[in-house]
Ligand binder design. Structure first.
Ligand code: NAP
Length: 352
């Protein structure tokens, strides 16, 4: 029988002593060890977090081989793929290889099932035998290795009706759109920063479904081709090309296309930040009405910049940290893709 272990994975923490796996500096990712609170996955593909991949790509001056080497080195050093600069991870796809008794009671999958992890790579023990291929466009990295999911973790069996790479990419950002469905309301106004990215497109689609034809959905996107893709899907009545890290010009550009009733209310009811760079906090704060809500899904968000920035301009807004988990988020996000064929086709194009 496998030795007794901890449902949160404390038994895999090397340092510092007493840390939970997410906060740990180093994890023991030895695939030869097996515990009751573990499920082992033969890993095929890593879906690296957008903010992390952008940083790795910049540091490697766009060289995929150098990015592969940096990923290999981080994982060898830390026993997990936690980018030391951005602090973010991503998730992975693979096949269930072994199931411990306590993990099995929770996860209800079988050996051989194809699954995606829904907890971050920043807390997932990972051993890499080989990094086979880095795709800078999709942020997906083909590897050979073993990952460990604890009893407290979260997994999704891959759906049979969607391409695996599409499902993996959508599940990586599955925490975004369900929160829009929760926090938006019929007839209300939603602003999406980074509206042409993966999570941005999903959020805009969710927003339009929730606010309805009488509601307002506006997008901000810096990348012209991504802005065009967002426009083509038709969920936003306007997609402004602006740099969300430049708050005043973004505010002016957005207000120029915002319906008078929303301007008169002092701004948007809900703003979602889906950019993958730092510095977008103030654009969100300036464009959200008093007691409106901002959902900071972006991992590049700074708590200090958001808190001090809102205080500095005297805006009483409710700001939510982008919890990657929401009940039923995986199924809700996959269902959104099934119901939005044009969105599915756009994301499929990006992940093919
Ligand atoms: P993505 O597909 O790369 O989309 C980000 C989009 O924002 C891109 O189109 C990007 O354009 C655009 N953008 C970047 N900087 C901008 C700026 N200054 N102004 C306007 N638009 C800008 O990323 P994603 O996969 O949707 O992820 C978005 C964010 O969510 C990332 O920060 C990621 O780390 C985070 N995330 C959070 C969680 C969570 O649990 N909270 C989970 C997964 C991911 P370019 O193409 O020019 O860069």
């Amino acid at each position: 029988m496998a030795p007794v272990s901890d449902p949160y994975g404390l038994h895999r923490v090397i340092s510092p002593a007493g840390a939970l796996p997410q906060a740990a500096e180093r994890l023991d990712a030895d695939p030869g060890k097996r515990y009751q609170d573990e499920l082992h996955i033969a890993v095929e593909t890593l879906n690296v977090d957008s903010a992390s991949m952008r940083q790795l790509e910049e540091a490697a001056r766009g060289d995929p081989a150098e990015v592969a080497e940096r990923i290999r080195a981080i994982v060898a050093d830390r026993g997990k793929l936690e980018n030391p600069v951005t602090g973010s991870g991503g998730m992975l796809l693979g096949k269930v290889a072994w199931i411990g008794a306590r993990a099995g009671a929770r996860h209800r999958v079988a050996v051989g099932d194809r699954v995606a992890t829904l907890v971050s790579l920043t807390l997932t023990p990972l051993f890499l035998a080989r990094v086979r291929r880095v795709d800078l466009g999709t942020h997906q990295v083909d590897v050979e290795g073993t990952a460990v999911v604890f009893t407290s973790g979260c997994l999704a069996r891959l759906p049979g009706d969607l391409p695996e790479r599409l499902a993996l990419g959508a599940l990586d950002v599955a925490g975004a759109a369900p929160q829009v469905l929760r926090h938006a309301a019929p007839g209300r106004a939603v602003l999406v920063l980074g509206a042409g990215g993966k999570s941005g497109l999903l959020c805009a689609a969710a927003a339009r479904r929730r606010v309805g034809a009488d509601g307002v959905v506006v997008g901000v996107e810096r990348h012209p081709a991504a802005a065009q893709a967002a426009r083509a899907l038709g969920h936003c009545q306007a997609v402004v090309e602006a740099d969300a890290a430049d708050p005043v010009s973004t505010r002016d550009a957005v207000l120029a296309v915002t319906p008078p009733a929303v301007r008169a209310a002092g701004g948007f009811d809900l703003t979602v930040s889906c950019v993958n760079v730092a510095g977008a906090e103030m654009a969100a704060i300036l464009l959200t009405r008093e007691r409106g809500t901002i959902y900071f899904f972006s991992m590049a968000t700074s708590f200090a910049r958001a808190a001090l920035g809102a205080e500095g301009v005297g805006h009483d807004v409710d700001m939510l940290i982008g919890n990657g988990y929401a009940a039923d988020h995986a199924e809700t996000t996959l269902e959104l893709l099934r119901r939005e064929p044009a969105l599915r086709a756009e994301l499929e194009r990006r992940f093919s």
